[in-house]
Design a protein around this ligand. Structure first.
Ligand SMILES: *Cc1c(COP(=O)(O)O)cnc(C)c1O
Length: 392
């Protein structure tokens, strides 16, 4: 069950009243770049001394990349394509972390040739690939950690088991690579501060056993997973920061020279609002269905990634217009689907919306700045959302 609500995370500059005057056809995704800058500033003050490397996969718009760069962040990439985008903006590959644990050999070689020197890995196979295509490079181990408290887990796909960690970094040295660090990812949209504490504790144990091998690591990278506010409550960055900083002080045998993090969703999700027009309203099987010009394949993919759905905060142009205030008080549950001929692009079930909503009205989907545009296709001939920006 999804409910429309007034979320505190909604950027003040992007209310339905203000968006009503945007003279661009829907769908569009409008992002407040000042909100991104404020998130990054809050992240840095909650995690002092931890260098943010923005995980660009969650929103690689050049305007966002330039904003996070101007505010002191570097970047984390998954592919050569992402590195090329950064190079076009003038980013030095030497500042970039390549944190995808399983990489195409050709991407490794080209990134290395461009000057990128830090690569993650989680297996002997990947180490051998790196030794061949990026000889002498610095490598950091991706650890398997508990991600049970995240909405979108990653640990089935990636991560070496903690008991293998020390041997893998020793093998890296034997292959002529530089055993550089440890990283982990607690899972995207992680709701438990304890996940970070446990993961840092595990990393600390590996760091301690590596000292016996004469290996002192240069980096601890605490990855991403910092949550954004959607329709429900999540721990604040201040709460997470307090736990992380305490763990770094308490459980590590020594502090590596570089403490890094790879925030994605947390920095950009709440800064973006998706606008989608109602193109049809029908009753199907006794349910109210709303057809809109954005669906799962046009950016709202996360609504279909979980069996229970994903509750975005939603407002409408109906509540925004003063004349409709009487009608707006009456709400009905709607099934909200996309414009394509597939039913699998349906985004919300039981979403409470103004009873009067109809063709031409606009849905404003909040907290839509992450994992939306980067997933969007023109499936079935319907265009992906137009990116728009304010501030910055
Ligand atoms: C996706 C990803 C991130 C960012 O995750 P968020 O949950 O958006 O913070 C960081 N690091 C790596 C290696 C990733 O794959």
């Amino acid at each position: 069950m999804t409910t429309a609500l007034t979320s505190t995370s909604w950027p003040a500059a992007l209310t339905p009243e203000q968006l009503a005057i945007v003279d661009i056809p829907t769908p569009f995704l409008i992002t407040d770049l000042d909100a991104v800058a404020r998130r990054l500033a809050a992240f840095r003050s909650a995690l002092p001394g931890i260098q943010p490397f923005y995980a660009m996969k969650c929103n690689p718009s050049p305007e966002i990349l330039s904003t996070v760069r101007a505010n002191g962040a570097s970047f984390e990439i998954a592919s050569l394509g992402e590195l090329r985008m950064l190079e076009r903006l003038g980013v030095d590959p030497a500042e970039v972390l390549y944190s995808n644990p399983v990489k195409p050999p050709s991407h490794i070689a080209a990134a290395y040739a461009a000057g990128l020197w830090r690569f993650s890995f989680d297996s002997p196979n990947e180490l051998r690939k790196l030794a061949e295509h990026a000889p002498g490079s610095a490598v950091y181990l991706r650890l398997h950690v508990d991600d049970a408290d995240s909405a979108f887990p990653l640990s089935r796909k990636f991560g070496a088991e903690p008991h293998e960690g020390s041997d893998l970094l020793v093998l890296a040295r034997r292959l002529g690579l530089r055993p550089y660090g440890i990283t982990f990812h607690v899972g995207s949209q992680c709701s438990s501060t304890d996940a970070w504490r446990q993961a840092i504790d595990t990393a600390g144990k590996i760091m301690a056993s590596l000292l016996d091998e004469g290996i002192r690591l240069e980096m601890l990278d605490i990855g991403g997973g910092f949550p954004a506010r959607y329709a429900g409550d999540v721990p604040s960055i201040e709460e997470i920061g307090a736990v992380v900083m305490a763990a770094i002080g308490d459980v590590l045998p020594y502090q590596p020279g570089l403490l890094a993090a790879e925030p994605g969703r947390h920095l950009v999700a709440e800064a973006g609002v998706m606008a989608a027009s109602v193109i049809g309203r029908e009753v199907r099987g006794g349910e109210n269905w709303l057809f809109v010009d954005v669906g799962a394949y046009h950016g709202m993919m996360e609504t279909i990634q979980l069996p229970e759905g994903w509750a975005f905060p939603v407002r409408t142009s109906v509540t925004a217009s003063g004349s409709a205030s009487v009608i707006a008080s009456a709400e009905l549950p709607f099934t909200v689907t996309g414009p394509s001929c597939d039913s699998s692009d349906t985004m919300f079930y039981g979403l409470s919306l103004p009873a009067a909503i109809d063709v031409g009205d606009v849905l404003y989907i909040g907290s839509a700045g992450a994992y939306t545009l980067s997933y969007a296709s023109d499936f079935n001939g319907f265009p992906p959302p137009t990116p728009l920006f304010i501030g910055g």
